[in-house]
Design a protein around this ligand. Sequence first.
Ligand code: EPZ
Length: 428
Amino acid sequence: MDKFVIEGPTPLKGTIPISGSKNAALPLMAAAILGDSPTTITNVPKLRDIYTFNNVIRVTGCQVNFDEEQGTLAIDPKHLSHLEAPYELVRKMRASFYMLGALLGKFGQAKVSLPGGCAWGPRPVDLHLDGLREMGADIELEQGYVIASAPKRMEGGTFKLEPSSVGATVNLVLASVLRAEKFTIKNAAKEPDVVLLCKKLVEMGADIEGIGTHTLTIRAVDSLEGITVRNASDRIETGTFMIAGAMHPESEVTLTNVDVDDLGHFPKTFRKTGADMTIEDDTIRISAPEKISPTSVKTQIYPGFPTDLQAQWSTMMTQAAGKSSVTDTIYYDRFSYVPEVVRLGGDMEVKENTVHIEGKTQLKGASVMSTDLRASVSLVLAAMIAKGMSEVLRIYHLDRGYEDLEEKLRSVGAQISRVSQEAEAVTN
Ligand code: EPZ
């Protein structure tokens, strides 16, 4: 297992290009299965989760070609014949569960492993399954698998998501576009990832009303055609690097290839820290404030503060001049990074689903452990501002969601290098 060795504190100065979005690409890849002809997706990041999903889709018999240098992914569903997504792959990446909606939607049949939990606790799929039952599908659970079947035309109906769920919205849209007479999703997610999926399904020939709102109405069409689609830039990577650019008082970073419209209310909240931010087309310039103003936040569904930036924000607040709190209303226990930042000297305490932070503290280098994707990157942010040497262990979590992270950070002055444990074992 690899680790990062990071020397701090260092200011960040320079330009970072934003990569394609993992969470926007995955639904588009699942949608490609619904087409009768090949789909090409551009701006796809070289990430573990993309490779994993490529393999999940290949298991069905689809042809998947990923030109990593171009970031172009071609999916040809012509030879799709195996209507299954196996546990050994689904357990690696929860979004593989999108295969349920895609296979059921296209073929009326699917056998898909239930996803595991993840580092911060259970992540249920009850809304996915209840929504499919409401639509008219037959859903059985057998030995950790969902066995689903549906007639050529399900009657459809109306299903309210409580709470609103990105994954359930994706799965219900994928299952209904070819197979539900009329299906309405209330309290549907309207994250940019979902809006992009729905817009591209319409380009493929689907009939979806209410795109960009919390009520989606889908009417089945007989077939869909493959398309060429540009994947969105990663809005969570953008927010992560905006935060990175505000943590050291001398930092000045420019982010390029940004989809600014996908950032929701985040820029407005970010400005409250005192950071100087200018937005021009697909470029954001950040100059760190002399002093970070403590800014408390509560995560919300889009366009509110994203839960995927919660850990990064809390870490930045260790450098703010005063008290602040960060509440996660989406995941109540997504705080596994807190004890690790405390090891670096952070003054933080978790009470129920809120972390209370006292700044400004001078963080000091230490060895810390990654536990999940977003927690890991918050440890990298902390280590870059900490005094002395830090090690961030188990960075395979990071490789799931941040493309070329150490190269991007090194290019703006961070003292960060990747050490593979095997290499270390050899030298000891
Ligand atoms: C997506 O996960 C993202 N993953 C997550 O990003 C993100 O944190 C999450 O949305 C929230 O924005 C991808 O897009 C691949 P949800 P998803 O269903 O779809 C509850 C990352 O770091 N719920 O919107 O699994 C659930 O427990 C990842 O890139 C049910 O109760 O999230 C949570 O409290 C981590 N029953 C809330 O809904 C269900 O059937 C929102 O979850 C489904 C969800």
